[in-house]
Design a protein around this ligand. Structure first.
Ligand code: NAD
Ligand code: 3PG
Length: 524
């Protein structure tokens, strides 16, 4: 049974996929109302109101996934979540149109003084001359941040007969041309625009982007809009520019502090506000809630998510293709880690055959997580595996090769430790399963599953019998056994799969058999 905490207002209809599952219990409460139960939740669904801080995460040791029903994740400490192996997902395009339309509504309201006129009429005034506006047609619109929302705003602006000028340092010239806009420097956009709208995420670079210095570079009489994130336009810095009339008006949907309390900008009649309504439409809320609910359900069913902030993205199609290798890689990592139970510096993964054409990043992360799991006390998974490897000084890399050793596909892992290097090779055979076909210099063929016992010995008659007798005496049943040797009478190995694990005393007893060199237990 999984418990999901939904701590912000999320569309009830959108939660339907989760409600259908008998394995899921949904609790719709604010974090503060369930302080004593936080440790029980497996998933957390939020919008922008809940602040998912490191402190909150420390109270939720069972948390596996955070779903943001919306775009911005600046209310989530993604780094802290990643360290804890918690997947963070969002709904990147579910509210794009709503946010773009809201921006446009704000633009029209701003230049035609609609909110002020509305208040005036309701106050029984009829003051037509006080609210003379300006047309949008023929005006120059500066768009800072040209992603999903910025480009939808541009489409609407062109339909209104506006000239669009874009600043986005990450937009290529080719992509901009495809979208029918030309890229400019920030200074050019600031200097030529009658109206400027920001559509970037809030980052270290964009915080205060429109502050005192850049506001001074804008045209006199400029209108400004922020429907992205509070703080991209520095609220305090606006005050002198509004007082001296340099800025003709401002529309804010978002604030540095939400709710803003008694804000100094409330004193200006030419500043209009909405309470973070960009995504507040029935359509957007249904879209974002459905997207995250479906993803969370997928994840809790043990399938990788397709749109994550802290994992490589994976479509359903790609996932289906890599799933088998993802599982094989994890098992190979786990086996290698237990077999090489010494400090290691480097893992090198080689992909050959059909697997080499797939999305290997995800497979490698799975292998890394499998390798680290027996070594670290904390949760380790695809989310934090790379971070944990780095912390432990373990580097890893991928290679590609044509050598498949006669199989359709082959994954090869080489682990470099202090004084020892170990290689394991595996293959996935459709409708048959995973096989390990090479183990530390020996050709072999075993299924990487269950309680494995690895024995390296001298190739002498009777070795199998001796091992079998001791295990039998201790009521340990051998499920399967594979043997391999380099040459007759030389070094040989046995890989046994047992019905139950063996304890340390039995391990020691096996080690004492004459001509046995190494005995290792491996749990997969
Ligand atoms: N008001 C709302 O309710 C509402 C609704 C949806 C989204 N948003 C916010 O709108 C913003 C944009 O959302 P989106 O879906 O278009 O995101 P997006 O990722 O598609 O686009 C963001 C763009 O900003 C650009 N960018 C990043 N750093 C920049 C910088 N320093 N200068 C200029 N451009 C920069 C990126 O290259 C990208 O093209 C986000 O902050 C999001 O949270 C607000
Ligand atoms: O980033 C977003 O998706 C928007 O700001 C919407 O935020 P909300 O879900 O709190 O309305």
């Amino acid at each position: 049974m999984f418990r999901i905490l939904v701590s912000d207002a999320i569309s009830e209809e959108g939660l339907a996929p989760l409600r259908k599952s008998e394995q899921i219990e949904i609790v719709q409460k604010k974090v503060t109302e369930v302080e004593d139960q936080l440790h029980e939740f497996d998933a957390l669904l939020v919008r922008s109101a809940t602040k998912v801080t490191e402190e909150l995460l420390s109270k939720m040791p069972n948390l596996k996934i955070i779903g943001r029903a919306g775009v911005g994740v600046d209310n989530i400490d993604v780094e802290a979540a990643t360290k804890r192996g918690i997947v963070v997902i969002n709904a990147p395009n579910g509210n794009t149109i709503s946010a773009a339309e809201h921006t446009f509504a704000m633009m029209a309201a701003l230049v035609r003084h609609i909110p002020q006129a509305h208040i005036s009429v309701k106050s029984r005034e009829w003051n037509r001359s006080a609210f003379v506006g300006t047309e949008l047609q023929g005006k120059h619109l500066g768009i800072i941040g040209f992603g999903r929302i910025g480009s939808e705003v541009a489409k609407r602006a062109r339909a209104f007969g506006m000239f669009v000028h874009v600043y986005d340092p990450f937009l290529t010239k080719e992509h901009a041309e495809k979208l029918g806009v030309s890229i400019h420097t920030l200074d050019e956009v600031l200097a030529c625009s009658d109206i400027i709208t920001v559509h970037t995420p809030l980052t270290k670079e964009t915080k205060g982007l429109l502050g005192e210095k850049n506001l001074a570079k804008t045209k006199k009489g400029v209108y400004l809009i922020n429907c992205a994130r509070g703080g991209i336009i520095d609220e305090q810095a606006l005050i002198p520019f509004l007082q001296n009339g340099h800025v003709a008006g401002v529309a804010l949907d978002v604030f540095e502090q939400e709710p803003p309390g008694d804000h100094p900008l409330f004193a200006f009649d030419n500043v209009i506000f909405t309470p973070h309504l960009g995504a507040s439409t029935v359509e957007a809320q249904l879209n974002v809630a459905t997207q995250v609910a479906e993803e969370v359900l997928q994840f809790l069913e043990g399938k990788p998510v397709t749109s994550s902030i802290n994992l490589p993205t994976l479509s359903k199609d790609v996932y289906e293709k890599i799933q088998a290798f993802y599982n094989l890689a994890k098992k190979m990592g786990t086996i290698a880690s237990q077999y090489m139970n010494i400090p290691v510096q480097e893992l090198s993964v080689t992909y050959a055959g059909t697997v080499a054409d797939l999305e290997t990043t995800y497979i490698t992360r799975s292998l890394l997580a499998g390798f680290l799991r027996p070594r670290v006390a904390s949760t380790v998974n695809e989310v934090n595996a790379a971070m944990i490897a780095k912390e432990r000084g373990i580097t890893y890399g991928e290679k590609f090769s044509d050598e498949t050793y006669g199989y359709a596909n082959c994954l090869s892992l080489t682990v470099h430790g202090e004084n020892k290097t170990f290689t394991i090779k595996g293959t996935h055979i459709p409708n048959y399963g995973d096989r390990i076909v090479h183990f530390d210099g020996f050709t072999i063929d075993f299924a990487p599953e269950g309680h494995l016992l690895y024995i390296q010995h001298q190739d002498r008659p009777g070795m199998i019998g001796k091992v079998g007798n001791i295990l039998g005496e201790h009521q340990i049943n051998i499920a399967t056994m594979q043997v391999g040797r380099q040459q007759a009478g030389g070094k040989a190995i046995m890989m046994l799969s047992l019905d139950k694990p063996i304890d340390d005393a039995l391990l020691q007893k096996l080690t004492e058999i004459e001509d046995i060199e190494t005995v290792k237990r491996v749990e997969v």
